[in-house]
Structure formats: structure tokens, C-alpha cells
Design a protein around this ligand. Structure first.
Ligand code: MG
Ligand code: MG
Length: 249
């Protein structure tokens, strides 16, 4: 069941989203060769708590850190480590959640460390564009499948692979609520998009195949062909006036 949020709940989610956006902005400024992923995690936890919020991911199903940091062929759910140094040319995907006043914001960005190959920069650009397309389609009068289809059109036009095992999701009182929002699908099908929906849209696109597997640590998702992956995510609210991004500074 899709739980609709009141304007008051959406306003609270906007505050949680602001904490997430501020944290991601700060971490993206820190991404450079020589920085460890544990340093990013420490900064994230400090900043989130400084804002009076709780890092949603810490302890979620046993996840040991406040942010997921996934580099290159790592798609999502990478565990920060003091032994993992960011290197020149890396694609660093950072996923962050914050709980404030009982509600959650969830967002992710991918950042190039130093100089990246042009095709990798294209991957980042298309993934961001896929997210934007999904957001634009998140309006009343549309169907859930329209959002998925809008995202699909972008990764197809970029000749990229799409990860099918993980997808967007409702968010609010829980990190993962109904509905699931796949990053591929047919237009014109599925439930009608309604005012009061709050969803996290999150295309995960790959330079090679969309196929992924989970490493032995039980968390880190990697591409099976070892090619780079990118991930952008925003939490949005559907309103009568259109989609509103909640994870902005
Ligand atoms: Mg996320
Ligand atoms: Mg999410």
C-alpha cells in the first residue's frame, strides 16, 4: 500500500532532505585522490548529527556506516573503510540517508575524482539526466510506468546498462516503502501517480552490462564485467503543482 503524506509530513521530509543534501555537498567537495572512504563516512556522521538528525543507514539491516561509498565497478552499498583510498580517475558514488523528526530523506550522487575518461563523464551525465527525466514524469495524471519509462529512454539513448535488481522506492516514515520504482518499464501502466507520494528515484547505470553480483562482504554490489557504474538519487514529493525535490540544500 502506498502511504500518502500530508503537507506537514512533506515539510518535515524537506528538512530531513536538507540535511542529506548538505552532507552530500560537503562530501563531494572532499572527494579527491588520497582521501579514504572512512574519512567521508566520519564527516557524514558528524554533519548529520550536528544537524540534530540520525544517519538512517547506520545499523539498517546491520549496515556498519552512515553512508555507502561505492567506487568504479561498485554500484551501491559499498562499506567505507580506512584502507580504501580514492584514486585519480575514480567514480565515487555516495548514498546518504538522514532521519529527522521521524521522517527520512534519501539521496545519492556520483563524483569524479580528478581527471576521468570522457566516457565515464558521459556515464555520470546520463545517469543524472535519467534521474531528472524520472522526476519530471512524477506528476499527477501520469502512471508509475511513465516514470520508469522516462528513465529507460535516457539510458537507452546513452547505450548504457541498467541495474534491474535495485530500484527506486517510496520513502518517508520507513527507508523503503511502497511503491517500488524500477529504472525500466512500460509507459501507461501501473498505479496513478498521486499527490502525497514521496519517493526516492535512483537510477543506477553502468558503462557495460547491467548485470551485478554481491561481494563476499554481503553488501557491496558490483558489475559482473567490472565496468564503472554511476548512481544519482533524490527524494521527491508529488504535489498538485508537480514534483518537488526534497533533498536540496
Ligand atoms: Mg539512497
Ligand atoms: Mg534509496
Amino acid at each position: 500500500m502506498i502511504v500518502l503524506k500530508s503537507q506537514e509530513e512533506i515539510a518535515r521530509m524537506r528538512e530531513a532532505g536538507r540535511v542529506v543534501a548538505r552532507t552530500l555537498a560537503q562530501l563531494s567537495r572532499m572527494v579527491e585522490p588520497g582521501v579514504t572512504t572512512a574519512e567521508l563516512d566520519r564527516e557524514a556522521e558528524q554533519l548529520i548529527r550536528h544537524c540534530g538528525a540520525i544517519p538512517t543507514f547506520k545499523g539498517y539491516q546491520g549496515f556498519p556506516a552512515s553512508v555507502c561509498v561505492s567506487i568504479n565497478e561498485e554500484v551501491v552499498h559499498g562499506i567505507p573503510s580506512p584502507n580504501r583510498l580514492i584514486q585519480e580517475g575514480d567514480v565515487v558514488s555516495i548514498d546518504c540517508g538522514a532521519t529527522l523528526d521521524g521522517v527520512i530523506g534519501d539521496a545519492a550522487i556520483s563524483v569524479a575524482a580528478g581527471k576521468c575518461r570522457p566516457r565515464v563523464l558521459e556515464l555520470l551525465e546520463f545517469t543524472k539526466r535519467a534521474l531528472d527525466a524520472g522526476i519530471r514524469a512524477s506528476a499527477t495524471g501520469r502512471r508509475l510506468g511513465d516514470i520508469s519509462h522516462a528513465i529507460e529512454q535516457v539510458w537507452r539513448s546513452g547505450r548504457l546498462g541498467v541495474v534491474r535488481e535495485y530500484c527506486g522506492h517510496g520513502v518517508g516514515h520507513q527507508l523503503h516503502e511502497a511503491p517500488q520504482v524500477p529504472n525500466y518499464g512500460r509507459a501507461g501502466v501501473g498505479p496513478a501517480v498521486a499527490a502525497g507520494w514521496t519517493v526516492a528515484l535512483e537510477p543506477m547505470l553502468n558503462l557495460g552490462t547491467g548485470d551485478v553480483r554481491v561481494l563476499a562482504d554481503g553488501w557491496t554490489v558490483v558489475t559482473v564485467d567490472g565496468k564503472p557504474s554511476a548512481h544519482f538519487e533524490h527524494t521527491i514529493a508529488v504535489t498538485s503543482k508537480g514534483p518537488v525535490i526534497l533533498t536540496l540544500p
